[in-house]
Structures are given as C-alpha cells and as structure tokens.
Ligand binder design. Structure first.
Ligand code: FNR
Length: 347
C-alpha cells in the first residue's frame, strides 16, 4: 500500500476518544459574565490575517489517488465553514509532479481559502519555494518529526542539517513560515532554538491524539517500538512550556483536540488558533462530508457559548480565564518550575 494511504488507514484504525491532559484542565467559574452572546466574536489573527474561526484543519494528506479525494473533501469542509487548512507534506509531489493534483485540488475547491503547504525539516530553500508555488499557499508549514522518522522503517537517519535549513527558509521565503511538530510537542528549549533562527510562528503539535510512533511502529514487522506509542509532550504541557518563553511569538496549539471544549481550553492558554487533524479525519471517514460540516458548524456555535460563559467577547480575552490544573499538567508544572498560580489566580 502507498505510505500516505497507509498513514490514513492506520490513523483511523488507532483513533479512539481517550483521556488526555485537557481533562485535567478545569475552568474557574465567575458568576457575572457581563456580556451578550450577540457581542461575541470568535475571530482570531495569525500572521496579520484575520481568521473567522480560532481553529483549523491541520496537515494530513495528499500524494495518492485516495488522498486526493480526502484533500478535496477537506477543502470543501474548510470552504463551507471558512476554516484555514493545511495539506500533508508536499515533498512527494516535488519529487513526482504526476501526483501534484492530489494537493492542488485544495486550491481548486477553495480558491479564496487560507491554505498552507507542508514540507519536512531538511527541505532546501528552493524546494520550499516550489512547495508554496504548487498551489499558491498563503504560508508554509515545516514539520519536525524526528521520532517518527526514526521509528519509520525507511525514515531519515541524519538530522544534522535541520536547524540551518530552517534558518535559510525563514530568512528568504516571502510567505510566513510556521514550524510544527507532528504530535510529539515542544519544550521551551526547542521553542528558543526555533526563535534563535528567526522562526516567529510555532505550532507545538503535542501528544494526546494521533501518535506517529504508534503508526510507524505498526508498519514494522516486529513492532519492537510499541513502548513508544504514547511518546511525546502533551499539547497542554507544550502550551505551558511555550508560555515560559519570554520573547513574543505567534503560538498555535494542536494535538489531541477532540471537541470545542478542548479548542476553548487551548485558547485559554494563549494560543491564537488551534489545529485539529485526527478528529476531523476520523469524522470524515466515518460519517462523510455533510455530517462533518455540521459538526464543525456546531463547534463554532459552541465556542460562542463558551466565550460568553467566561465573559469573553474576543479570542484575546481568553488568556485571562482562570484555570485549575490537576493531574499530569500539575505534575508537569512542579517538575519544570512553572508557577501554577499564574493560571489559577488570574482574573
Ligand atoms: C498527519 N500529520 C502530518 N503533519 C505534518 O506536518 N505533515 C504531514 O504530512 C502529516 N501527515 C499526517 C497524516 C495523517 C493521516 C494524520 C492523522 C496526521 C500530523 C498532524 O498534522 C498533527 O500534527 C498530528 O496528527 C497531531 O494532531 P491530532 O491528530 O492529534 O489532532
């Protein structure tokens, strides 16, 4: 089976609603929201663009006939609900132009959309430009995925050029560059590394949902890396880390987002927008396009309700919502010297 098709079918096979760190984040309620639901706007800003929703479809697929159809449906979903959308890594199309249409289909379906192309770390500046040109992407995502490559039987084994190629692309590309993980999360040290080479937009892409160590291990005959199934920092732990970095940058949350409440909690940690991959793919493959459009619209309505419940009429207000952290996030704060009261005592 084509690797891209295999990723989709394994992601679906392993997808199951499960406990994650968002369940250990509780909102602290105040009884006077002092706002009207009709005043609530869930708009957000990212790289100087205004986006009507504070969540988006994160990088997944492309590179085969089947995934062309998934990208087509994801682009229709994004168009009908006005979401930003990323394709999966376009590297395969840079090597083999015959499969370009499995990516360019997103621009055909969504001519005015905010669409992101995606490449791996280690990609040259020239290829990064070709990736953007492929479907006139509004920005480029570059993914960091060392654990995935290492567990992948045919994966990369040399990571020495990642930081220098990132620097070159960030310095010379004329669209915004977003650096993301693929479900393993980021520490403040990783974020500082990225900032030091000029990256200004970061998607922490933590664990708690799709696991690429689990997916790649399932593609190995002996499945010897089963113990890495839950490898990585959670989305919540990564957001806690990101907020410890003193230098400002644009923060995106993703990984393990299951519903509107998880989106809302991620925004309360200061994310500007929230990426969702596995949950949307699973909905689409299980229930089809129309029910997935309805679900996303429902999330948009639920978010307005949640904003109003905390008295927030704008996305930027959410970073003041007080949060009570228990369980793993609390332990994380203790071990990593993060003042938990910053979250529980803010007003
Ligand atoms: C992905 N993801 C991904 N990320 C990336 O940067 N480039 C890629 O090509 C892919 N491919 C891909 C395929 C499939 C089938 C899935 C489900 C995911 C990773 C994705 O963008 C995201 O970072 C992780 O899936 C974690 O988010 P969720 O799934 O827990 O919401």
């Amino acid at each position: 089976m084509n690797r891209k098709d295999e990723h989709v079918s394994l992601a679906k096979a392993f997808h199951k609603p499960r406990h994650n760190d968002f369940d250990d984040v509780t909102l602290i309620h105040h009884s006077f929201p002092a706002c009207r639901v009709s005043d609530v706007s869930i708009e957000t800003e990212l790289f100087d663009q205004s986006l009507t929703s504070p969540f988006f479809i994160n990088a997944m697929t492309g590179g085969s006939e089947k995934t062309k159809e998934y990208n087509r449906q994801l682009a229709i979903l994004a168009r009908e609900t006005d979401l930003m959308m990323a394709t999966g890594s376009v590297s395969a199309a840079l090597r083999n132009p015959e499969i370009s249409d499995s990516y360019t289909v997103v621009r055909q379906e969504y001519p005015n959309g905010t669409l992101l192309a995606n490449v791996g770390a280690g990609t040259t500046l020239e290829d990064a430009k070709r990736a953007v040109d492929l479907f006139e992407a509004n920005a480029l995502q570059i993914h960091l995925n060392a654990p995935q490559e290492l567990v992948m039987p045919e994966g990369d084994r040399d990571f020495t050029q990642w930081l220098s190629t990132l620097e070159e692309i960030t310095t010379h590309l004329d669209v915004p560059v977003i650096v993301k993980e693929v479900g393993f999360g980021m520490t403040r040290e990783t974020i500082q590394h990225l900032l030091s080479v000029g990256v200004t937009i970061i998607d922490v892409a933590g664990s708690g949902g799709t696991s690429f160590t689990q997916i790649e291990n399932a593609r190995r005959k002996k499945r010897e890396f089963t113990y890495l199934d839950d490898f990585g920092l959670s989305n919540v732990a990564s957001l806690l880390e990101a907020k410890e970095v003193p230098v400002p940058f644009e923060l995106i949350a993703s990984g393990g987002v299951r519903n509107a409440f998880d989106i809302f909690k991620a925004l309360c940690f200061g994310a500007q927008t929230v990426g969702i991959a596995g949950t949307i793919l699973n909905q689409l493959l299980t229930n089809g396009l129309e029910p997935t459009i309805t679900l996303v619209q429902q999330w948009q309505t639920e978010l307005k309700t949640l904003y109003a419940m905390t008295g927030a009429t704008k996305t930027a207000h959410l970073k003041k919502v007080p949060l009570f952290l228990s369980g793993h996030p609390k332990d994380w704060c203790e071990a990593r010297n993060i003042d938990i009261k910053k979250y529980s005592m803010r007003v």
